[in-house]
Design a protein around this ligand. Structure first.
Ligand code: DGY
Length: 320
């Protein structure tokens, strides 16, 4: 039996599969584990099943010890893990692609609708019991039909978001490092653009690229200044892809029309400037938050960890 450390609460199915084969120590409290408790808990682990709130770096790998074989993130994004540091020690890293595509695309589409039709703003009026009345010019938004959705990072989630937007009558443009399969281009009638062209021509710009040093503050002063004044930014990827203070400044200055954010630069903190803005829709990292998706993520993480402990090939290895 190997020692498996699970760094936060995960759905029962995945946990039960780990427990059926190994000696599992799991953090069972609702609050995220403190760094000190985490460093203590990982000591002697053969496998770590981690959440995106836990930083897996040299300090943690030292605390775990040289017997550690794997870190299985219960997330598709793995920017919380120092992959090169793991590779240097021969520790394998895995993630959970595929199963959160539809749930995250649903949230991206929800944010597009919320921010362009001012739904958060409208709901706040009702909840605050402010006076209101139907009016010809009251709280008008932007219709989506015929507008361009620009997808930054046309991977699985970007494609799933584009499918939804297409059903709402939007035209799809995208940027991506490698060519998109012909059948997807044809299905979506999707137009490839350079990042600059996409920024300048999109009515809604939706971020779906992974976070890395290369995408840190990909959207900053310069990019906001080049967007249409009527355009909206959507982020369901990772907070630090956007320079949050530059976004606040651009929203305040009317350089762009609005933003819908599921992720934040310093989660769980949110830039106070955003809280004051009616044209920002803010939700707490709910992209994969459905019962079905979270169960599938835990199951995949368990599959990856169990495969590595059994000396087999893990299905979802990631490399630097
Ligand atoms: C992921 O898996 O990367 C998501 O952000 C989790 O919600």
């Amino acid at each position: 039996m190997a020692k498996v450390v699970v760094t936060g609460k995960i759905p029962a199915g995945g946990l039960a599969r780990l427990k059926a084969e190994h000696d599992v120590t799991a953090w069972e409290k609702d609050d995220a584990i403190s760094r000190a408790d985490l460093l203590t808990m990982v000591a002697g682990a053969d496998a770590i099943v981690s959440l995106l709130t836990e930083k897996i770096d040299d300090e943690l790998l030292d605390a775990a010890g040289s017997q550690l074989k794997s870190v299985s993130n219960v997330a598709v994004g793995y920017n919380n893990i120092d992959v090169p540091a793991c590779e240097k020690r021969g520790v394998l890293v895995t993630n959970t692609p595929g199963v959160l595509t539809e749930a995250t695309a649903d949230i991206a589409m929800s944010l597009i609708l919320m921010v362009t039709r001012r739904l958060g703003e409208g709901e706040r009026v009702i909840r605050a019991q402010e006076p209101w009345q139907w009016g010809m010019f009251y709280m008008l938004g932007m219709g989506l039909q015929g507008r361009q959705l620009g997808i930054v990072g046309m991977g699985q989630i970007g494609i799933a978001t584009a499918r939804r937007a297409k059903a709402f009558g939007m035209n799809i443009a995208y940027t991506r490092r490698s060519p998109l399969e012909d059948n997807v281009v044809n299905e979506l009638d999707a137009k490839y653009m350079s990042m600059d062209e996409l920024i300048e021509s999109s009515d809604v710009l939706s971020l779906h690229c992974p976070y890395s040093p290369a995408t840190h503050h990909l959207m900053s002063e310069n990019q906001f200044a080049r967007m249409k004044k009527t355009a909206f930014l959507i982020n369901t990827a990772r907070g630090p892809i956007v320079n949050e203070q530059a976004l606040v400044d651009a929203l305040k200055a009317g350089e762009i029309a609005g933003a819908g954010l599921d992720v934040f630069e310093n989660e769980p903190a949110v830039n106070p400037g955003l809280l004051e803005l009616d044209n920002a829709v803010l939700i707490p990292h709910l992209g994969s938050a459905t019962v079905e998706t979270r169960a599938a993520m835990a199951d995949i993480a368990a599959t990856n960890a169990l495969a590595i402990l059994a000396g087999a090939q893990a299905p979802n290895l990631v490399t630097s």
